[in-house]
Write a protein that binds this ligand. Sequence first.
Ligand code: GRF
Length: 194
Amino acid sequence: MKNIVILISGSGSNMAAMVRHAQQEQWSKRLQTRVSAVISNKAEAQGLDFARAQGIATVVLDHKAFDSREAFDAALMDEIDRFEPTLVLLAGFMRVLTAGFVTHYAGRLLNIHPSLLPSFAGLNTHQRAIDAGCRFAGATVHQVTSELDHGAILAQAVVPVLPDDTADTLAARVLTQEHRIYPEAVAAWLRSQG
Ligand code: GRF
């Protein structure tokens, strides 16, 4: 069985969409893959409750307990590697990762970003898209490299920006597409590995 480890910091709706998709599409049977663990850097992340209710192992690793980014990432790698993951998924994980971490998981570390990369890497993507007068926005699934929100693009989805959109209404429209393309991109990645 191949293991997926998902890293979250908050509501974890992308993680929940991944778990539900894996159940509906019978990944354990068809792709010999399961979501084995959900790891959060915040104890209050709501996504942890969902994962626990699904019987998925959860780990909380508070970054504030560490003196440096390197020390946190080293401890995070130890926690992740206990599950021997084929794939590590960032899903609303709000930490910038060190080059050492990214190198350790090279080729098996994916992220979902709420913009049409390479436009609007970084934070506040929806407000920035509105402020720029974009007619379209969207989401991107990509390989993680040491440059923030770069790396090969695996999937994208496009949504319209409507005239009366706020960052919140646009974010909600984009998020429904994130929930669709992230599981599909992961399934395609797993199939491509044979
Ligand atoms: C998503 O929009 C994700 O793309 C971004 O942060 C949000 C996390 O949402 N990086 P959730 O925790 O998956 O609900």
